[in-house]
Design a protein around this ligand. Sequence first.
Ligand code: HEC
Length: 137
Amino acid sequence: MSRWLWALFAPVMLFGDGGALFEKHCTSCHVRHVDFTTLAKNFMESNNTLLNLKAPALNQIRFRVMQRVGDPEGDAEFHRIEVTGFISDYVLNPDRDKSVCMPEVMRFFETMESLKGKIGEEELQSIAEWIYEGAEQ
Ligand code: HEC
């Protein structure tokens, strides 16, 4: 492949399948997007009976992770590494003590089960990059 074509397609080849991989590995529990008004109603007023979510919605998780992992005001590339690192680590080693989600939301869920052995490192990296990019919105 010429260098130009490579420059054009490399990002897609590396991260472009993040959405499909998220569908495959994560949507059995995480829906991609619910608007914040409905989420607030669901978790604050209706004890999760409005949406009956099995896990926090992805846009909700992304919002928290982007604000609460690393330094959102610092270097953008470094923040990307911190955020994608947090997501990848959480999927393999979920732990409530590491959670950045709101306690008011977390009270409805058991700690996520680890996907160790069920997902490849590269797949996970693609998903984490895709989440960072906010492509689900
Ligand atoms: C079997 C259901 C299930 C699957 C599959 C699943 N999750 Fe989760 N996940 C949960 C639940 C429940 C929570 C909320 C409790 C928690 O944070 O541990 C959660 C929380 C999270 C969090 C938030 C951590 C925090 O700060 O609390 C991230 C990030 C996450 N999941 C990413 C993923 C990704 C990426 C995938 C797919 C590769 C995935 N999950 C697949 C159930 C699941």
